[in-house]
Design a protein around this ligand. Structure first.
Ligand SMILES: *Cc1c(COP(=O)(O)O)cnc(C)c1O
Length: 417
């Protein structure tokens, strides 16, 4: 179900003029769609205590993050630079969660100073930290349903979180160090589109939290279920029923917790913005190799998911209706054979100059981009709720490409012999 009718209805009428005037390629995001999705999510939890923190890594653009902050969303940061970005946007204290892993003391201190709600990924920080956060939380390692997820890795080899059987002991240790307020984090699905599996993953963390609370006598203030909800990348996919998802989590919380019910916290990224972005590109070449190849003016550096792990992104030619369909590979210009947006796709016989859309680039798209081969990252535009198209990040240039290079080598160390 790629590119919603609402987004298509807003974007397609503008697109010919936009492409002619601005050029390609670029990502464009639908502000209204992002706002609508966020409001639906919050609405699904009704008046129950719930807060969603947008995973900054999914779409770290100030304009998008500001839009979400203005709606009441918080931000989920995992690195010092993401923390700094949140700070620049005026998000502080309770508006920021810091869910990192393999964290240094310096990074931890920065999050502490920012007043962020911190999750420890492992117990080593208990020994290293001079001062504990106001509320101490640990991330539980993938287990249960997650053990079958390839993206999260097998439970035994996951690099994330505290193993389930060490959890109670870890919280006792934190209490021994003086911690008095607690939360828990468990993200045990990734890009999950099946409602039952998504519910089982979240409910599993809620139940685990209740067992932990009973075992240790600790009162948990929140249960953070992380991110990991999927979106319908393929035409046959159906979106998650978020209302049913929220209702199941709330029901589990009522069932397993007594009078004290911890707040539900989430860190969804993909679910919030993923469907509300497209990469707009143009056909630059059509040739026949082993198969029909359609070259476009964007490369994997603008969207690495298909080339990196074979992810499906729908591709369409919005102005080529009526042509006979033909089977093609859609490729970029990197000197890497996996620089392909789509393999064996049926498209209306593409010709040079056609506008082509790569769908669902609103999360983990531009953000995962890179500059290899000098194929620089394209611009990001936003179609605003007011109906304007604004540039929210320009395309990279030669100067950006070399911004960190020293044309005159800088001396670091003199070696004397
Ligand atoms: C990546 C990540 C998220 C967001 O994942 P989505 O798939 O975009 O929802 C949330 N929390 C943590 C800790 C993450 O690493």
């Amino acid at each position: 179900m790629p590119l919603s009718e609402a987004f298509a209805g807003r974007l397609l009428p503008l697109l010919p003029e936009l492409v002619a005037g601005y050029g390609t390629p670029f990502h464009i995001y639908d502000q209204q769609g992002i706002v609508d999705t966020y409001r639906d999510m919050v609405g699904a939890f009704g008046t129950e205590p719930y807060r969603q923190y947008f995973a900054v890594k999914a779409l770290p653009n100030p304009a998008v993050l500001s839009t979400l902050l203005a709606e009441g969303s918080g931000l989920d940061c995992a690195s010092p630079v993401e923390l700094e970005l949140a700070e620049r946007l005026g998000a502080g204290g309770d508006d920021v969660v810091f869910t990192s892993n393999n964290t240094t003391v310096a990074e931890y201190e920065q999050a502490l100073k920012a007043g962020a709600v911190i999750t420890f990924d492992d117990r080593t920080m208990l020994d290293k930290a001079e001062r504990l956060p106001e509320v101490v939380a640990f991330r539980v390692a993938p287990h249960g349903v997650a053990a079958r997820s390839t993206l999260m890795g097998s439970a035994a080899h996951s690099k994330f979180g505290v193993p389930v059987d060490e959890l109670a002991d870890t919280y006792r240790q934190a209490r021994g160090r003086g911690a008095r307020r607690f939360g828990i984090h468990g993200m045990i699905c990734a890009n999950e589109l099946d409602l039952d599996r998504a519910v089982r993953a979240a409910v599993d963390v809620v139940e685990l939290a209740a067992r932990l609370a009973a075992d240790t006598g600790i009162e948990l203030e929140y249960v953070n279920i992380g991110g990991g909800l999927g979106i319908p990348y393929r035409p046959a996919d159906r979106p998650i029923d978020f209302r049913a998802y929220a209702a199941a989590i709330l029901a589990a919380r009522r069932r397993v917790f007594g009078h004290h019910r911890p707040r539900v916290v989430s860190e969804f990224g993909r679910y919030v913005t993923g469907p509300h972005g497209v990469l707009v590109t143009r056909v630059t070449n059509r040739c026949r190799k082993g198969q029909d190849v359609v070259g476009v003016d964007a490369s994997m550096s603008a969207l690495m998911r298909p080339g990196y792990y074979g992810a499906y992104h729908h591709i369409s030619l919005p102005f080529a209706d009526g042509r006979p369909e033909t089977l093609v590979d859609v490729v970029g210009s990197l000197c890497e054979n996996n620089d392909k947006f789509g393999i064996d796709r049926l498209l209306p016989d593409p010709v040079e100059g056609d506008v082509a859309l790569v769908h669902d680039t609103g999360a983990h798209g531009h953000a995962m981009g890179f500059t290899y081969n000098g194929r620089l990252r394209p611009a990001e535009l936003m179609l605003t709720t007011a109906g304007e198209v604004v540039e929210i990040r320009r395309a990279e240039t030669f100067d950006d490409y070399l911004a960190t290079a020293r044309w005159t080598p800088a001396p670091i160390m003199e070696v004397t012999r």
